[in-house]
Design a protein around this ligand. Structure first.
Ligand code: SF4
Ligand code: MG
Length: 331
């Protein structure tokens, strides 16, 4: 699969009264054309900050301190604001958790959709209303809702409008940060189904961010697991379903009820993520890891490719643990 997005050594910091927080520390991954790539991890691990860095939504005091973001051959970090604005929506769009923040409360849905289209395609003014009506249909909203103001719609409907807006200019990448988290489960399922349907129809790539690992395992082709500002594992969905390898991924999976099969007690992960102002010298997961070996305390594991995916853990890269041994050790 050809790469659409290549993120290389992305680093994001922000100043706090106690010191510099390294929120995202040299994160690298790529997303193929038409691929659904998930980023998972506990809150504060840097997954949203990564998405904001890619889509240039970082706000003071957060700032990009290094790395590269190549989208279809264009280096996003090198673009001026005007150049980037031209790409936004047409090449890359973003759907955030709270639809209210995306919609203008004083404008009818009609005007917001039309504005989004016309801002990028001024020549489309005459057909923009028709396209807006078509977009409403795509997300299963009745066309007469074009005349509504955001507050007249339910949370689920508003989120559908935001998804319609994200589709308006047929972007090649849609970044979705907890797109359904604020909604109840039934509405959430409907929207996820709709997103997958649209993705199939239009073939865009998705960077999907959620703390809901079971949801991610349902919909993503590949999954990156972040811990304390670092990417610690990137594996195909099937690999993680066969059994997670990284001790943190194992813990994360253990914090959710089993997707199927008998009910198990939730294991969770004891302890808390480290302080990102003074992260541990070695593996950042060391203080919470039950499988740590001596070098974990002092030597930071790098993310390395092996037969099963990419992993940053000495058990695999230094100790030569195989996939089978890793699963045997867990049983
Ligand atoms: Fe645990 Fe060591 Fe692997 Fe870190 S490198 S996850 S401490 S075993
Ligand atoms: Mg977040």
């Amino acid at each position: 699969m050809a790469d659409l997005l290549r993120v290389h050594n992305l680093s994001i910091e922000y100043a706090s009264p106690r010191g510099v927080v390294k929120a995202v520390d040299e994160v690298s991954f790529s997303i193929g054309k038409g691929e659904i790539f998930g980023l998972a991890g506990e809150s504060g691990c840097g997954k949203s900050t990564t998405a904001f860095g890619i889509s240039r939504l970082l706000r003071h005091p957060a700032k990009l301190t290094g790395g590269s973001v190549l989208l279809d051959g264009t280096e996003l970090t090198a673009l001026s604001d005007e150049e980037f604005d031209r790409l936004r929506w047409s090449k890359l769009s973003i759907v955030l958790q709270s639809a209210m923040n995306n919609l203008n409360p004083v404008l009818k849905i009609r005007d917001q959709l039309v504005d989004a289209i016309v801002a990028h395609e001024p020549e489309a003014r005459r057909e923009a209303l028709q396209r807006a009506a078509h977009l409403m249909k795509l997300v299963d909203l009745p066309a007469d809702r074009l005349d509504s103001y955001p507050h007249e719609l339910s949370g689920g409907m508003r989120q559908r409008v935001v998804i319609a807006m994200a589709m308006a200019l047929k972007p090649s990448l849609v970044i979705m940060d907890e797109p359904t988290t604020a909604l109840d489960v039934v509405v959430q399922n409907g929207i996820i189904r709709k997103i997958l349907e649209l993705q199939k129809e239009f073939g865009f790539s998705i960077l999907f961010i959620t703390h809901d690992l079971p949801l991610m395992l349902e919909m993503c082709d590949r999954i990156g697991i972040m811990y304390a500002g670092k990417l610690v594992e990137v594996s195909a969905r099937e690999e993680i379903l066969r059994g997670a390898r990284h001790p943190y991924t194992q813990g994360l999976l253990g914090s959710f009820p089993a997707l199927s099969g008998p009910k198990q007690r939730l294991a969770g992960i004891p302890g808390n993520p480290p302080d990102l102002i003074r992260p541990p010298a070695g593996c950042r997961f060391f203080p919470r890891c039950s499988q740590a070996v001596a070098k974990c305390q002092t030597l930071q594991p790098a993310l390395k490719q092996d037969n099963w995916g990419q992993i940053a853990c000495h058990l695999y890269t230094e100790e030569g643990l195989s996939r089978e041994q890793a699963s045997a050790a867990r049983e």
